[in-house]
Design a protein around this ligand. Structure first.
Ligand SMILES: Nc1nc2c(ncn2[C@@H]2O[C@H](COP(=O)(O)OP(=O)(O)OP(=O)(O)O)[C@@H](O)[C@H]2O)c(=O)[nH]1
Length: 374
C-alpha cells in the first residue's frame, strides 16, 4: 500500500541519528587500524620470545588483549573508551620497549600515529584531547633522543635499522590512512551540509533558497545565449482538505508523490523547486510558454495513475498551474510574479487547470480526466 509504506519510511528517516553517522566514520578508522595493530603485536610475541626478551613477549600478549578488547568496545559504539585504551597501550608499549631496547627499533614512532587517533576522542574536552596528543608527541621526542640507556643487548643488532625502518613506515602509513579516512568524513559532512542547505528534506527537490540561485543562473544564461525561459507555478488544489481528512503524514506522502510526478515529467535541463508548502516552481530553460503547456499536459496521466494505484485517497489530487514566459526586458522576479498571478487565476476559475500569464487564460483540456470516480 503506497501511502502506508510512505508513512513508515517517513518515520524511519525522522529517526535518523546524525551522531551515529559520526561514530560510524570513527568506527571505520578504528576497524582499519586496530586489527593491523593487533596483528603486529601478535607477530612480535614469538619475535621477542625467541630473541630472549620474554618480558616484552608478555607485554605484547597484554597489548593484543587490549587491542581486541578495544575493537569489541568500538563495535558496541563505546569508541571514546576504546581510543583511550589504545592510547594507553601505545604509550605503555613504547615506553617499556624503549626502556629495554632503546630508541633503535623505532617503536616510539607509533606514538605519532596515536596522537592522530587521540584527537578523535570526542567525549573529552578539546583541551584534554590536545594535551593527550601533545603528551604522546612529547614522550615520542624523549624516547627518540634516547632517554633510556638500553637495558638489553639485542642479539641481532645489525637488523635494528631495518626494524626501525619498518616501524617508521608502518606508523607513518597508519597516520596517513587515519587522516585520509577523517578527510573523507569531513568532505562527506561538507557535502551533506551543502545538500541540507540546497535541498528540501521532505521532497528532495531544490528548496526556495537554491531555487533563487538557479533562477539567477538561468536568467544570466538566457541573456547571454539569447534563449527563452519559462516559469511555471504549480499548487496542489485543496491540500488543506487532504491534511484535515487523512492527517499530516499522509499529506506529506501526497506532497512527495506529486513532486515525483512533476520530476518525472520535466526534462533534465529543467529545475523543479519546492517554492512553498504545497507550491512548486518549474524553471524551464530554453522553452516557450507553449512548450511548458505541452509538458504540463503530461502531468495529468501521471496524477491519474497515482490515484488509480492508491488505496487511501477517495478522490484524485489535482494541480493548478500558472505559466509565464520571460521576456528579455523584464527582471526574472517579474516573470515569477506573472506566473503567480496566472496561478491565482487558475484557482479562481475553479482549479485543476493551466493559465498562461498576461490574460491568455486557457481551460485545461484534461480537466475531466482525473475526475473519474472509483
Ligand atoms: N502535510 C503537509 N502539509 C503542508 C506542508 N506545507 C504546507 N502544508 C499545508 O498545505 C495547506 C495549504 O492550505 P491552503 O493554503 O489553504 O491551500 P489549499 O487547501 O491547497 O487550497 P487552494 O490552494 O486554494 O486550492 C495547509 O493546510 C498547510 O498546513 C507540508 O510540508 N506537509
Amino acid at each position: 500500500m503506497h501511502v502506508i509504506d510512505g508513512v513508515k519510511q517517513l518515520f524511519q528517516s525522522a529517526n535518523y541519528n546524525r551522531s551515529t553517522q559520526t561514530d560510524y566514520h570513527r568506527l571505520q578508522v578504528i576497524l582499519f587500524i586496530a586489527p593491523i595493530a593487533a596483528l603486529v603485536h601478535i607477530l612480535l610475541i614469538p619475535f621477542f620470545y625467541f630473541t630472549g626478551v620474554e618480558l616484552l613477549a608478555g607485554l605484547n600478549c597484554i597489548s593484543v588483549l587490549l587491542w581486541v578488547y578495544g575493537i569489541r568496545l568500538s563495535k558496541q559504539y563505546r569508541i571514546d573508551l576504546a581510543i583511550q585504551i589504545f592510547c594507553c597501550e601505545v604509550l605503555l608499549h613504547s615506553v617499556v620497549v624503549s626502556y629495554y631496547l632503546g630508541p633503535d627499533p623505532g617503536f616510539q614512532y607509533y606514538l605519532w600515529s596515536m596522537s592522530a587517533l587521540a584527537v578523535m576522542d570526542t567525549s573529552s574536552s578539546r583541551i584534554r584531547v590536545f594535551i593527550t596528543a601533545i603528551l604522546l608527541v612529547l614522550v615520542f621526542a624523549l624516547l627518540n633522543v634516547g632517554l633510556f640507556e638500553p637495558l638489553f643487548e639485542f642479539p641481532f643488532s645489525e637488523y635494528l635499522l631495518y626494524m626501525k625502518l619498518v616501524n617508521m613506515l608502518v606508523s607513518g602509513m597508519l597516520s596517513i590512512l587515519a587522516i585520509m579516512i577523517m578527510r573523507g568524513f569531513h568532505l562527506n559532512q561538507q557535502a551533506e551540509l551543502r545538500k541540507l542547505a540546497d535541498i528540501d528534506s521532505l521532497t528532495g527537490l531544490y528548496n526556495r533558497r537554491q531555487g533563487g540561485v538557479l533562477l539567477e543562473q538561468a536568467y544570466l544564461q538566457a541573456l547571454r545565449k539569447k534563449q527563452q525561459i519559462t516559469v511555471v507555478m504549480a499548487d496542489i488544489d485543496r491540500f488543506k482538505q487532504i491534511n484535515d481528512r487523512y492527517g499530516h503524514a499522509v499529506g506529506d506522502i501526497v506532497l512527495c508523490q506529486i513532486a515525483d510526478a512533476l520530476k518525472a515529467t520535466i526534462r533534465k535541463s529543467d529545475a523543479l523547486i519546492r517554492w512553498g508548502g504545497e507550491e512548486f516552481l518549474i524553471l524551464l530553460s530554453d522553452a516557450s510558454a507553449g512548450d511548458a503547456e505541452t509538458l504540463l499536459e503530461k502531468v495529468y496521466p501521471r496524477l491519474e495513475q497515482l490515484y488509480a494505484d492508491d488505496e487511501i485517497l477517495d478522490s484524485p489530487v489535482t494541480l493548478s498551474f500558472g505559466i509565464a514566459q520571460w521576456s528579455a526586458d523584464e527582471p526574472i522576479e517579474q516573470t515569477i510574479m506573472r506566473a503567480d498571478n496566472a496561478l491565482y487565476v487558475s484557482k479562481q476559475e475553479g482549479r485543476n487547470r493551466i493559465t498562461l500569464a498576461d490574460g491568455m487564460g486557457c481551460d485545461n483540456p484534461f480537466v475531466n480526466l482525473v475526475q473519474s470516480g472509483k
